[in-house]
Design a binder for this molecule. Structure first.
Ligand SMILES: *[C@@H]1O[C@H](CO)[C@@H](O)[C@H](O)[C@H]1NC(C)=O
Ligand SMILES: *[C@@H]1O[C@H](CO)[C@@H](O)[C@H](O)[C@H]1NC(C)=O
Ligand SMILES: *[C@@H]1O[C@H](CO)[C@@H](O)[C@H](O)[C@H]1NC(C)=O
Ligand SMILES: *[C@@H]1O[C@H](CO)[C@@H](O)[C@H](O)[C@H]1NC(C)=O
Ligand SMILES: *[C@@H]1O[C@H](CO)[C@@H](O)[C@H](O)[C@H]1NC(C)=O
Ligand SMILES: *[C@@H]1O[C@H](CO)[C@@H](O)[C@H](O)[C@H]1NC(C)=O
Ligand SMILES: *[C@@H]1O[C@H](CO)[C@@H](O)[C@H](O)[C@H]1NC(C)=O
Ligand SMILES: *[C@@H]1O[C@H](CO)[C@@H](O)[C@H](O)[C@H]1NC(C)=O
Length: 573
């Protein structure tokens, strides 16, 4: 950080001014016209906006799919958990207006991961993948600003272009309890590729798995409050083994700024903080790749956009190509990628585009992603949900931590934010200015240090975390940070650290379709249960805090733990 980014900050400032101007005119226009949905936004933006493949595409992707190779799609409990990259989405009739990718060269030989009948992940050469990259969905990146104009953030180019391209709800919903089942099933059924040759680390992983499965029962650990975990005994053992044994090799290859440049503020800060702390880490990092259980590809999805996205190009093919080239380089120079087909490699990406950018060449890797969407190729047992943390001050990431005590929580429910995506307009339609207990707003007016927004969070019982363009929102971690019980309204969102944490024990998950009933749902929670939820939010808080020097059980360790845990459970015997 520091000097490296001075010019970038200047750039950001310009963008911020631009954003404020635009936002203002949008708000004015919006209020003036009083259109019920956010579509008015769309028509106001013309340039610098990436059109989104709309709902019809996401639907088509799951109903009308072409299996491109002779593969058996891994069926996780009969829901739509195919590996997305195996399937070619049907493109809507006319992509020519939105895309002009015809000039970009894409390497024709891309290795896609597929799962064979016995559930093993194999590598298959797909000789005509160009096609599927062209058809690659390209959604806008969504700047989540925690509801505040002041919060300039990384990317601004975000509004879908055409009305009909506005996302609408997908019909199938995987509930949180179904997700729990899928994760457990994956432990039994999903194994990564068999290594081409065995090494000691394989044995160590299997040994760790057996020790976790047979973990001694933990009762009353002062540091770990049992009810917030799926299984505190397994978590504790797995964490201990990680601390004792895990070795990570960090590739040195790769040019800045896309590789090795941590960016530490804003809504995509998680990937930057992780990168910075991982690269500097003494405990886990090994210089000897033969001893490594995991290999880190230190790229920043945010910097990838920053450095390579061509304004108005509506294409991220060149971004994808960059990553492909990087992996090719790694695979050519070292034998480690080929040994496991990438299964012991991982990446950490918070940008909205990260899932689609990494679902081809990087499909076999463990992907730790903020945009953890069951419908976007999130793979239970392999991928991990990365918390989206909105870091306002890189010098002091835990500034303003904490919330009001119960008696000083005067508001039942709070939400504020821009009308990104399809859920928030519905939320506002039902609850804005409808009920004094429900403080549901659009974007809040600017306040110094975002204090308005933060005060609302601290003084509310429940904080509504409604999805934006994508499933993730920084509100989930913000709510925990400001000690407000999160109410997640984002179907198919896999909440962070899902492997370890039992989200139903400290948050409320409301289906998108139940928004009209939101207040009833919240008031029907008895005070006793509310107090329990609140107490657990405080217990879980430490897992979501960044520290310049990582401390036990903090967010850095939890991110690494999720990756470790997935690797341990997918290693092959
Ligand atoms: C698949 O697409 C075709 C035409 O593109 C359509 O007629 C058919 O109904 C679709 N199938 C499903 C299952 O959506
Ligand atoms: C697909 O794979 C199965 C078994 O792996 C094999 O029996 C079948 O012949 C293959 N089909 C094609 C078209 O390659
Ligand atoms: C899987 O889905 C099909 C159709 O969607 C249904 O007929 C079948 O019963 C389901 N199987 C299980 C195990 O849920
Ligand atoms: C697609 O768009 C192009 C140019 O906008 C137009 O010429 C063409 O007729 C359209 N095709 C379809 C199928 O709508
Ligand atoms: C792609 O694969 C084909 C054979 O499948 C091979 O002849 C060709 O050289 C490969 N191209 C590249 C760029 O690796
Ligand atoms: C690749 O796909 C294109 C269009 O989809 C087709 O024209 C071409 O023949 C295919 N190439 C191979 C090698 O299958
Ligand atoms: C937690 O995991 C341990 C080790 O596998 C097991 O013995 C124990 O029964 C589990 N506890 C619960 C509550 O599932
Ligand atoms: C790994 O495999 C790729 C493609 O199969 C090959 O080009 C590369 O040389 C291999 N790497 C090493 C180090 O052997």
């Amino acid at each position: 950080m520091g000097g490296d980014f001075v010019s970038m900050f200047q750039l950001e400032t310009k963008r911020l001014l631009w954003l404020i101007g635009i936002t203002f005119s949008v708000i004015l226009a919006f209020q003036y016209l009083e259109l019920p949905y956010g579509n008015v936004l769309l028509s106001l933006f013309s340039s610098d906006k990436v059109p989104t493949p709309e709902n019809t595409v996401s639907q088509a992707r799951y109903t009308n799919k072409t299996i491109v190779n002779n593969v058996t799609v891994f069926n996780q409990g009969n829901s739509t958990h195919e590996l997305g990259f195996v399937l070619e989405p049907e493109w809507p009739q006319n992509k020519s207006q939105a895309f002009d990718d015809s000039t970009t060269n894409v390497s024709p030989n891309i290795t896609a991961a597929v799962l064979s009948n016995d559930g093993n992940m194999l590598l298959s050469q797909k000789d005509n993948v160009t096609d599927s990259i062209e058809k690659e969905s390209f959604r806008p990146s969504s700047p989540e600003t925690g509801g505040n104009v002041h919060s300039k953030s990384s990317s601004v180019r975000t509004v879908p272009k055409e009305k009909q391209e506005f996302h609408t709800p997908v019909s199938e919903v995987t509930t949180v309890s179904e997700m729990n089942k899928l994760l457990i099933q994956s432990h039994a059924s999903y194994r990564s590729m068999k290594p081409r040759w065995f090494s000691n680390v394989d044995q160590e992983l299997l040994q760790a798995r057996s020790e976790i499965v047979n973990a001694p029962i933990v009762k009353n650990d002062p540091k770990l409050y049992g009810p917030i975990y799926h299984n505190v005994s397994m978590f504790k053992r797995s964490y201990e083994l990680m601390e004792e044994r895990l070795k990570v090799y960090v590739y040195k290859e790769g040019a800045r700024p896309i590789l090795h440049s941590p960016f530490l503020t804003g809504i995509y800060a998680s990937e930057g903080w992780f990168m910075k702390l991982m690269e500097a880490n003494k405990r886990f990092v090994t210089k000897n790749p033969k001893k490594a259980h995991l290999f880190y590809l230190p790229f920043s999805s945010r910097m990838l956009e920053e450095a390579l996205y061509v304004k108005d190009s509506h294409s991220h093919k060149n971004l994808i190509q960059y990553l492909h080239d990087y992996v090719d380089l790694i695979a050519a120079r070292h034998s480690f990628w080929n040994r496991t087909g990438g299964a012991d490699h991982f990446l950490v990406g918070c940008h909205d585009w990260a899932p689609s950018e990494t679902k081809l060449r990087l499909a076999t890797c463990i992907r730790s992603l903020c945009n953890a969407d069951v419908k976007e190729g999130f793979f239970f047992g392999k991928d991990a949900s990365l918390p989206e943390t909105y870091v306002r001050n890189a010098q002091n990431p835990t500034r303003d931590l904490g919330g009001n005590t119960f008696s000083k929580k005067t508001t039942l429910a709070f939400f504020a934010g821009s009308m990104h995506g399809y859920v928030r307009p519905i939320l506002l339609k039902h609850w804005e200015n409808k009920d004094p207990d429900m403080k549901i707003f659009g974007k809040l007016p600017k306040s110094k240090g975002n204090s308005n927004y933060i005060q609302y969070m601290k003084s509310s019982k429940y904080c509504i975390c409604a999805r934006g363009y994508e499933v993730n929102s920084p509100r989930v971690v913000e709510a925990i940070f400001y000690e407000c019980v999160p109410v997640i309204i984002s179907d198919n969102f896999v909440p962070p650290f899902f492997e370890a944490l039992d989200w139903e024990s400290f948050s409320v998950v409301v289906l998108e379709k139940d928004i009209p009933n939101l207040k009833n749902i919240l008031v029907s929670i008895p005070e006793k249960r509310y107090l329990r939820l609140l107490m657990r939010v405080k217990k879980v808080q430490k897992h979501f805090l960044w520290h310049k020097k990582p401390v036990k059980y903090d967010i850095f360790h939890m991110i690494l733990h999720s990756i470790w845990y997935n690797r341990v459970f997918s290693a092959i015997s």
